[in-house]
Design a binder for this molecule. Sequence first.
Ligand code: ADP
Length: 418
Amino acid sequence: THTALALGIDIGTSGVRIAAVDSEGRMKGFAAKGFTRREERHSPAAWWSCVEECFGTLAGQVDLNLVAAVSVDGTSGTVLALDSSLIPRGRALMYDETCPDPAIVSRLDALVPESSTARGPYSALARAVYLARKHGARHIVHQADWIAIRLGASITSDENNALKTGYDLETGTWPEWIQESGLGLEVLPEVKPAGSVIGPVGEQAVALGLPPSAVIVNGTTDGCASFLATGASEPGDGVTALGSTLVLKLLSDRRIDAPAYGVYSHRIAGMWLAGGASNTGGAVIRHFFEDRDLPALTARLEPDRPTGLDYYPLLGPGERFPVNDPALPPRLEPRPADNATFFQALLEGIAAVEDQGYRRLEALGAPALRSVRSVGGGAANEAWARIRQKRLGVPFLPALSTEAAVGTALLAWRVLRQ
Ligand code: ADP
């Protein structure tokens, strides 16, 4: 069948993935190329050669001439410097790298408002200031921006990637105070909403097999893309990530920001995506149990018979969300003799924090939770899902996909439907 396709390109921490998705959200093609050496994750040239390789694979799966739109997501907070010919200068500074010059971080801490996500040693803005100075850069862009530029986009970023670099969503501008950090505003990309049309693809995209009629849709961060991939699409739709930490995301019709709780919102697809991260999560489970022992313990869970143990599972004192208390002690006692009971109490405890988290977001102004989709290592545990569902009292829905690339393709599809 010859139906139109949207491509989502995900530049992740471990490699590049591209998904071709049809108008029904079905994945028609998928290609992945992992970084082979660790240096590749911060090498713009390596990102691009992985993209090229993925296009080669995709061409064998789908007719690339059917591609009507393409969009890119990248790791949030990864920045690189470009010269006036849009050629990268040196390597990128990744989201998880501290700014190499601590003086820039202290300077910014004095400048950046408390409510901004651009504060601290891991600030993307600090990395941007450092790179601009080091290379005398003409442009600073985010990882996703640069791949879109290679596909033919103008020097544009999206509100999601720009947020961590200090962009002010309220005023829709790069704040004036950024200039006091030594970074000229003209070095930063123009910012448009995620999911808006940037323009037609360029020569390099055509060389990869895309038709000249295809448009580039402004992309987003890997985190927002992973959320969209689940299929969550209405205010009140929540996505719980049960990984090493417990991370909640909730679509909202209003913006919610509560810096004290580490809660902030992205604007996406005409809505707001609010989120919060707790210190509880799978890391506490892994502290007590090997992954290989979990299936046997899971088989012995009794979701309909709560243990009554009121745990707050933490590895050490301190919590930010849903309660902001740097001294909050772990609550993991008494420990029952039976490991399955102990495991169940841990799962119940994490479920209680999840419940409290969604209620916190609601108290901060978000809509009431109406559904939950689960992702991450703990999502496959059905007995845990039952424990959580009983506690949260809303329908639990399967995630459409766990591939960020699919979420980015869905973002591109929203444009095609308009
Ligand atoms: P990360 O956040 O590090 O990417 P993952 O999403 O891979 O984490 O999830 C790993 C976590 O999931 C581990 O902490 C592990 O204890 C937990 N986990 C794995 N399998 C299960 C299970 N069946 N039930 C509950 N938790 C699980």
